[in-house]
Ligand binder design. Structure first.
Ligand code: C2E
Ligand code: CA
Ligand code: CA
Length: 415
């Protein structure tokens, strides 16, 4: 185990300071790399000694960092450093670095490790060490997971080009009479080698790589192409009176110009009226670029799009944003609906969301309804819409068409 770092530690470490006179040694080549330094003022010299001869490698001044490499990989210092003038340094502890490294994307951690290894290889003077590198410590890097992410990202680019994604439609019904109100479009990836992948297997990679917006645009375009047939099957001549379709968007989309362009072109082509599309966005996604997101959502709303807050209650506790976004629907997260019958707090949260929605004058969709009891309780509490396996799992396009037909017959039969 490295003498420097306890991996996974989350304790906040205060910064220490160091004041040096000209000529003072900061560290020597071969010393263990225990800490790094941020220079607040003064100037440091980085140098190495070969065959009794000193050779200056570089100098560093205010705002620059020295000694960082050894801290990241826990190996001995590859050069010496001393103060050229009176200097004021802030000491950076390894834990302050390791916490940040552990929080980053595994692919970035892999790259960092490889880059450090290459750097060390090129520094022939580096003495071998038994120290365990910081970024290879427990939980810090899962090499296989990082490689899997890279190949998944590579495959995903092809998937977008070659239409390997599939959209399933999960019905959303009126809790009062079970009439069809709309659908949520949910993506799957029919991977040629790995089979049908659910979103949790690939959306995190899509988010991390920035491919998410290309996927959102693909879903938007696919829905614009296929959903009008579902609307027609519902027997309405005016699509604005037919079932709506909900599309999930990520926080990143709201800050990406190509998303805005795709939505504008959807509006121009009039394939599907914006009033029959609800954009589902989570609270945490909204907070990513709050000001830009709020501006774009207001713009989209003015074009007629519905705006649903997804997984409501699981994100930020501040509800201040509710007054700044033209919300048309709140979706109660499945976790509250599932726990409602056994857990008083969950039921209280559901009640609070319903009261809040009433105040905002917007309907609520309860997600993840699996039992008749929960459906009845929610309806009695004033929830108008429901989604869940009790009514239907997500359906292929063909099955969704059948569901529409059956729903029409059910409504006619039921008056
Ligand atoms: P979500 O938006 O909260 O979607 C609801 C999820 O709950 C879906 O999982 C749905 O299949 C599942 N679900 C619905 N009713 C029930 C139920 O009664 N019981 C249980 N156990 N599960 C139920 P899915 O399709 O695996 O999607 C997971 C998440 O992936 C979605 O959660 C959404 O956040 C994301 N997602 C799906 N499609 C897209 C997409 O096209 N774009 C983006 N950005 N995200 C998507
Ligand atoms: Ca959703
Ligand atoms: Ca949800």
């Amino acid at each position: 185990m490295s003498s420097l770092v306890a991996c996974g530690a989350t304790m906040q470490v205060p910064f220490h300071e160091l004041r040096l006179r000209p000529g003072a040694q900061v560290f020597n080549e071969g010393d263990p790399g225990t800490v790094a330094f941020l220079i607040r003022s003064g100037r440091l010299e980085i140098y190495s000694e070969r065959d009794g001869q000193e050779r200056r490698i570089a100098t560093r001044g205010p705002g620059e960092i020295v000694g960082e490499i050894a801290v990241i990989d826990s190996k001995p210092r590859s050069a010496s450093v001393r103060a050229l003038e009176s200097s004021h340094l802030v000491v950076i502890e390894p834990r302050q670095i390791s916490e940040r490294i552990e929080a980053t994307d595994p692919v970035l951690r892999l790259y960092l490790r490889v880059a450090l290894e290459r750097y060390r290889e090129s520094m022939s003077a580096t003495r071998p060490s038994a120290a365990e590198p910081l970024i290879a410590c427990k939980n810090a890097i899962d090499h296989d997971a990082a490689i899997r992410s890279i190949s998944l990202e590579h495959d995903m680019r092809r998937a977008i080009r070659c239409n390997e994604f599939v959209v399933l439609y999960q019905p959303i019904v009126l809790l009062g009479n079970r009439a069809l109100a709309g659908f949520e479009a949910l993506i799957r990836w029919n991977h040629p080698k790995l089979g049908m992948l659910s979103p949790d297997k690939f959306l995190p990679v899509a988010e991390a790589s920035g491919l998410i917006t290309s996927i959102t645009i693909w879903v938007l375009q696919h829905v614009a192409k296929t959903f009008p047939t579902i609307v027609r099957a519902a027997g309405v001549t005016d699509p604005e009176l037919g079932p709506f379709v909900s599309i999930n968007i990520s926080g990143r989309d709201l800050a990406t110009p190509s998303f805005k362009d795709a939505v504008s072109s959807l509006i121009d082509r009039r394939a599907l009226p914006p009033t029959s599309i609800k954009l589902e966005v989570t609270e945490s996604a909204l907070m990513e670029n709050a000001a830009d997101s709020i501006a774009l959502l207001n713009d989209l709303r003015s074009h007629g799009f519905g705006i649903a807050i997804d997984d409501f209650g699981t994100g930020y506790s501040s509800l201040a944003y509710l007054g700044t976004i033209p919300i048309t629907t709140l979706k109660i997260d499945r976790s509250f609906v599932n726990a409602m019958s056994r857990d008083v707090t969950s039921k209280r949260i559901v009640k609070l969301v319903l009261a809040l929605a009433d105040d905002l004058n917007v309907p609520v969709v309860a997600e993840g309804i699996e039992s008749e009891d929960d459906a009845a309780t929610l309806h009695d509490m004033g929830c108008t819409l429901g989604q869940g396996y009790l009514f239907s799992k997500p359906l292929s396009f063909e099955k969704a068409l059948e569901f529409v037909g059956a729903s029409e017959r059910r409504n006619v039969a039921g008056g």
